[in-house]
Design a protein around this ligand. Structure first.
Ligand code: ZN
Length: 595
């Protein structure tokens, strides 16, 4: 059942808090994006240090969140000012000769919506503790309590236990960090499913249908039980920001924050993309939040946390997300196969897949570059991790005679490696061996530690599918670059490795002004290229660092349509059984084919 929630019903779970480290944040003057934090440390140390994290969970990049802190001060329980030293960028060491209680105060600037760390304005505040609340490393395991002072019309939500309308408690700082707080003017819907409580909290206006959203999330959540047995939470909060420019989502212990542009919740294709994100974050509640690879299991908030298995954390999550929607009936087989074909197409076209393995990509996440170099020389833990998961799933299903696949492997990880016990690559190989009776040492070396090279024809055939170009697909000429209009000039934003443009010596940033002596713009490029055949040589006039140069390029061929995945003509019983074992639903042969 879904109903609008009143604040009083949220108060039912009230209990008396017994917190040790006490936080208070004043958000009553939110216009200039400032929160005023007070943190009370109980008596103990003569020189305690407090620190601000350098990154936030789920984003494997250093963000140096101490950069928003100002007006740091400390006093003892008698109100006497205590001296302190700001010893490194994120650490304050306090001089506390009496060893009594300390009250630390500071203001924090919170005006960054897109990183999902901290945002305070006149309508709401989103508070991820890594960007807001400091911690004493010696007290990281002690109880915490957070109290918010907010404008009158605001309501507050979090995955943490509520002890008052604007107060939450948790077992320790790690739980606080993994339970962001959304407070402000929002819509809320709640539902109960499979014995667990769920809330959907939406901030911001947009073209969403909130009751339908809640109903569909309710259908999605139980599909998780096709992979795992049981839930790692009692209560789960879907927080949604309908915003202007921000897009993305982050997983947390028993909540997620999903940000989308406010008018991208419809039509169906956009809505499905929202559901895909919601499913991705929900899968994370098991994969990453309940079990996590060695290296990132106990977070070090001050430095990079290295793991060669981030492709499992992200890529396998991406791999399972659409399966949940298919199994919940929120996505048709046709829609599912369309997503799969575009992922495979993207993988095959990316030059970086021949350069980097998912192991290397995982290890280098903290220093991953965006853009042209990355496209040609890297893979990412999401899309390539998806492919490695697909490959391992099909291998395991084949090796086990359809008895166990990659879902069963994750079920075992949830059973055997609940945090704080991490897993490593050997654990995954051992589970695969237990489930299939076959060694995965060589497979791992070839597919995980080396660049992935999947032969999709035999792979998809196992499930009664084929990867083909639609009928009437033609070959057209191509340059091998991607471009955009910058100040009226056709500017290259990507040059694909080994393409015609690559061989002609073109590079990102080149501004092409003429083809064979006649002016060309971004708007006229397609028409101009259509005049030439595959194999034709064209002379390009371009500006490079303001100097006019000429390059000769020989046009090569590309298909004018995207490939699709379709069901083979007469799938065998064996193929149908494989499909069922893989996705948990029957293969439909009568869905309309695109080709
Ligand atoms: Zn993710």
């Amino acid at each position: 059942m879904i109903k609008k929630l009143t604040l009083s019903s949220l108060m039912l779970a009230c209990f008396s808090a017994n917190a040790t480290v006490d936080y208070h944040i004043d958000l009553t003057q939110p216009d200039h994006h400032i929160g005023k934090v007070t943190m009370t440390l109980p008596a103990g140390s003569v020189s305690p240090s407090v620190m601000m994290p350098a990154w936030r969970t789920g984003k494997y990049k250093l963000l140096d969140l101490a950069n928003g802190v100002r007006q740091f001060s400390a006093k003892d329980s008698a109100g006497k000012t205590l001296s302190f030293k700001h010893t490194d960028k994120a650490t304050w060491v306090i001089n506390n000769p009496s060893k009594g209680d300390i009250e630390v105060s500071y203001s924090v600037y919170a005006n960054d919506l897109g990183t999902r760390t901290r945002h305070i304005d006149d309508s709401h505040a989103f508070l991820d503790a890594t960007g807001i609340f400091m911690y004493d490393p010696a007290r990281r395991q002690e109880d915490i309590k957070v109290t918010l002072s907010v404008p009158e019309s605001w309501n507050s939500y979090s995955g943490m236990q509520r002890s008052a309308p604007h107060q939450f408690v948790a077992d320790n700082y790690d739980v606080l960090v993994d339970s962001p707080i959304e407070t402000g003017v929002s819509e809320i819907f709640e539902f109960k499913e499979d014995g667990k409580d769920y809330q959907l909290v939406i901030w911001g206006e947009g073209n969403y249908d909130a009751p339908k959203m809640a109903k569909d999330l309710q259908k999605m959540v139980t599909a998780s039980q096709n992979i795992w047995t049981g839930y790692p939470f009692e209560n789960y909060v879907f927080m949604v920001h309908a915003t202007t420019n921000s897009r993305g989502a982050t997983e947390h212990l028993n909540s997620t924050i999903i940000q989308r542009k406010r008018f991208t919740f419809a039509p169906k294709k956009q809505y499905l993309s929202f559901l895909n994100t919601a499913a991705h974050e929900f899968v994370h509640t098991w994969n990453v939040k309940a079990y996590r690879p060695q290296g990132v299991a106990k977070y070090d908030y001050q430095a990079e946390n290295y793991s060669d298995l981030l492709w499992v954390s992200e890529g396998s999550t991406s791999y399972f997300q659409a399966q949940l929607l298919l199994q919940a009936g929120l996505m048709t087989q046709k829609e599912f196969l369309k997503v799969l074909s575009s992922r495979i197409d993207g993988h095959l076209k990316k030059p970086g897949r021949k350069v980097q393995s998912v192991t290397q990509s995982s290890h280098e996440s903290w220093i991953a570059l965006p853009g042209d170099f990355a496209y040609n020389n890297s893979v990412n833990i999401y899309s390539e991790g998806f492919m490695a998961s697909l490959a391992m799933d099909f291998q395991m299903l084949s090796d086990s005679g359809l008895k166990a696949g990659y879902s069963e492997l994750h079920r075992e990880l949830f059973k055997k490696h609940r945090l704080p016990k991490p897993f490593n690559a050997q654990d995954m190989k051992n589970i695969a061996l237990d489930l299939t009776g076959k060694s995965y040492e060589k497979w791992w070396q070839e597919n995980v530690e080396s660049p992935l090279d999947i032969d999709f024809k035999p792979l998809l055939e196992k499930a009664g599918l084929e990867f083909v170009y639609p009928k009437k697909t033609k070959e057209i000429s191509t340059t091998g670059f991607a471009s955009t209009d910058k100040s009226g000039l056709l500017t290259l934003v990507r040059v694909y490795a080994d393409s015609a443009a690559w061989k002609a010596g073109l590079t990102t940033g080149d501004q092409i002004v003429a083809i064979n002596g006649l002016k060309v713009t971004q708007g006229s490029l397609k028409t101009r290229l259509a005049q030439y055949k595959v194999g034709d040589e064209v002379t390009l006039s371009l500006f490079r660092r303001d100097r006019l140069v000429e390059k000769t390029l020989t046009l090569t061929a590309k298909k004018d349509k995207k490939p699709v995945i379709q069901v083979v003509k007469k799938p065998s019983h064996k193929q149908k059984a494989f499909f069922k074992a893989w996705l948990g639903v029957d293969l439909k042969t009568k869905e309309k084919k695109k080709a």
